[in-house]
Design a binder for this molecule. Structure first.
Ligand code: GTP
Ligand code: SPV
Ligand code: MN
Length: 605
């Protein structure tokens, strides 16, 4: 196949990779429907993909990964900056020269017996000022079809590269060369000690080896749009954040734009598509995972969603929790590691109904019955907890008409949060932007309900929900947040911290999901200056009379509990935050220490 470009830089890079990886053939991708169908047919014929029931799930496919390759591998993810002090303490530094040597050895001949695909893609609307042109080279057809949904794959990107002579090179291999006559496995990948997810921030270069799953392999997502982009943004004065973006519209038609950062699997996709229970207010989705934000000419902060699809957590997605996500993957979707039912539809835990016919084929590709237990008597899950759907954003019924607007939308509100079963109230507002940065920098989560018994021991700090995604030193990244605040001045978004996950003996205290709109409504009233707030040591909280309870059945005790700030308990979290922040050493911004001291003083007063 002759190359469909004249750009020498690109041709040279592709030739260099071909020489190193020695694939059987090279295919340049164009992003067409024909290409998508052809690759799906190919994967169905090799047994990698399962074509789902055309009636129930039109044009959709299911995949099962290798049981060892089911999620991002943070321990094998590296920021290979030239200087060690430009990485850490939340990410792993490795010397770029040494890493390239190691990985070049791994890449040598790694695509033997396979096809090398060259994917031209754009993160952000093609040709827009804020968008980035990139090329992913991969030997995984699964990656190609997922990239078709998650990014904008098009030959138009090649035209832009010819014009600008600029692109971000992203190299990916599953790391599983095939010997002559060797049969391929259903999901080729390399063992964990050979997996490397590598970033060279000074070169804007990504090298990924050994995994075929999610953020390890769809390189436009976490590798480019967060790790490389955050490093670029830090240098250039913009922001790349692990944030959903939504538009919240009042009955009068006033629009508010909200960007919210919650750690992985803590509710971004859910909030991005929520069905408002506040009468007359509605939510429209702009993005569910990543926001790129730049100050506009009017001095406000404008956000775009660089992605084109949703790579959403399947378990827990149900008609009662997130009907819009279900609708998004009703057709033209890819499912990875879910249950395939007897009639070739999909099912997962907490989908809102039992598995049809009592079972099907589980994520490990074994026959499975709902209720099956293992040797220890624990229920065997049919879908992996990190099983995912890949759905087109334009299939979401509440996608915002401005979701592809290259100018972005002006952000009014930043929300931070995590999963805490106690201590953190439902919502509190920062006194000012600097305290907001402190809130983001000390955001924390408890991984599971089992952590309840361990108290604060298992608290995981996850600054800005970016722990695994900061592409440079996390202290410099925090300082960048303060710098952005100074630049935006009084036009900076108002900052809030939320916690939907307080628990008592009978479960979650706050109903969550659609009712989270009640909290968003209070935030908008605060932005508007319509309502006052209660001043507490940790921030500003709603007065009961200002909160919308219409149609909500919540007891007075529940409200009390949701709004409680226990100074002594909160001080323990502050202690934990101090311990955590100590590892930032000299790179901890002075303003963080200042906020810590002020907060402690208020709590002790
Ligand atoms: P990533 O794609 O990994 O970045 O995750 P995410 O932040 O988009 O998480 P997602 O929205 O998929 O939610 C993960 C889990 O949190 C699901 O099991 C949801 O059901 C649950 N969840 C989301 N919102 C709420 C809520 O308001 N209350 C409760 N109790 N659970 C929620
Ligand atoms: C996350 O882990 O935050 C995700 C899934 O959104 S992945 O694309 O694998 O990073
Ligand atoms: Mn995410």
């Amino acid at each position: 196949m002759s190359a469909p470009t004249t750009n020498q830089k690109l041709l040279d890079w592709v030739a260099e990779i071909e020489k190193m990886c020695t694939p059987d053939q090279v295919v340049w991708c164009d992003g067409s429907t024909e290409e998508y169908d052809r690759l799906m047919d190919l994967m169905v014929s090799t047994g990698m993909a399962i074509k789902l029931n055309e009636e129930k799930r039109p044009n959709s496919y299911a995949f099962n990964s290798d049981p060892s390759d089911v999620a991002r591998v943070e321990g094998r993810t590296y920021i290979a900056s030239v200087k060690e002090e430009d990485a850490g303490p939340t990410n792993n530094w490795i010397d770029p020269v040494e890493l390239k040597k190691t990985m070049t050895e791994l890449y040598s001949g790694c695509m033997k017996g396979r096809t090398m695909y060259v994917i031209p893609f754009s993160m952000g609307p093609i040709g827009s000022d804020i968008a980035k042109n990139a090329i992913e080279i991969t030997d995984s057809p699964y990656v190609v079809v997922n990239m078709h949904i998650m990014a904008r794959v098009s030959t138009e990107v090649l035209r832009l590269i010819e014009k600008n002579d600029d692109f971000i090179p992203c190299l990916h291999s599953v790391g599983s060369p095939l010997e002559e006559g060797q049969e391929d496995s259903r999901w080729p990948c390399a063992p964990i000690e050979k997996k490397y997810i590598a970033h060279f921030p000074e070169e804007n270069l990504i090298w990924s080896y050994g995994s075929g799953y999610g953020g390890n392999a769809l390189l436009g997502k976490k590798c480019l749009a967060l790790r490389i982009a955050s490093a670029m943004a830090g240098r250039e004065g913009w922001m790349a954040e692990h944030m959903l973006i939504l538009r919240f519209t009042s009955p009068e038609g006033k629009q508010y734009h909200i960007a919210a950062a919650f750690p992985s699997a803590c509710g971004k996709t859910n909030l991005a598509m929520l069905q408002s229970t506040v009468p007359g207010w509605k939510v429209e989705t702009i993005g569910d995972d990543i926001a790129w934000m730049k100050p506009g000419e009017d001095g406000r902060l404008y956000a775009i969603n660089p992605e084109a699809g949703f790579f959403g957590v399947a378990p827990g997605t149900a008609e009662y929790s997130n009907p819009m996500a279900l609708a998004s993957c009703a057709s033209d979707a890819i499912f990875t590691n879910v249950v395939v039912t007897e009639d070739k539809d999909v099912w997962w835990e907490d989908m809102g109904y039992d598995c049809p016919n009592g079972g099907g084929t589980d994520w490990k590709n074994n026959p499975w019955k709902q209720g099956d237990v293992d040797a220890d008597g624990n229920k065997i899950k049919g879908a992996h907890p990190n099983s995912r759907f890949t759905a087109r954003a334009d299939h979401c019924p509440v996608i915002c008409p401005d979701w592809e607007n290259p100018a972005g939308v002006p952000i009014d509100i930043f929300v931070f949060g995590g999963k805490r079963t106690s201590v953190m109230p439902l919502v509190h507002e920062a006194f000012d932007f600097e305290q907001g940065v402190y809130m983001g920098a000390t955001a924390s989560s408890e991984p599971t309900a089992a952590a309840l018994d361990l108290g604060n021991v298992s608290l995981r700090f996850d600054p800005f929900a970016m722990t695994p995604f900061i592409g440079y030193h996390a202290g410099d990244y925090m300082q960048h947040w303060f710098d952005m605040g100074e630049k935006l001045g009084d036009k900076a978004p108002k900052c809030f911290y939320v916690n939907w996950f307080q628990k008592d003996e009978s479960g979650f205290v706050w109903p969550g999901f659609g009712d989270n709109s009640r909290v968003l409504k209070w935030m908008c009233d605060r932005v508007e200056g319509k309502v006052d707030a209660v001043e507490t040591p940790i921030g500003l909280m709603p007065k009961k009379e200002d909160f919308c309870f219409e149609g909500l059945d919540l007891s007075d005790e529940a409200w009390e509990k949701l709004m409680t700030v226990d100074n002594a308990e909160f001080l323990k979290t502050v202690e934990n935050a101090k311990e955590y922040l100590a590892k930032f050493g000299d790179k901890l911004p002075a303003k963080i220490s200042e906020q810590l001291e002020k907060l402690e003083a208020r709590l002790n007063a």
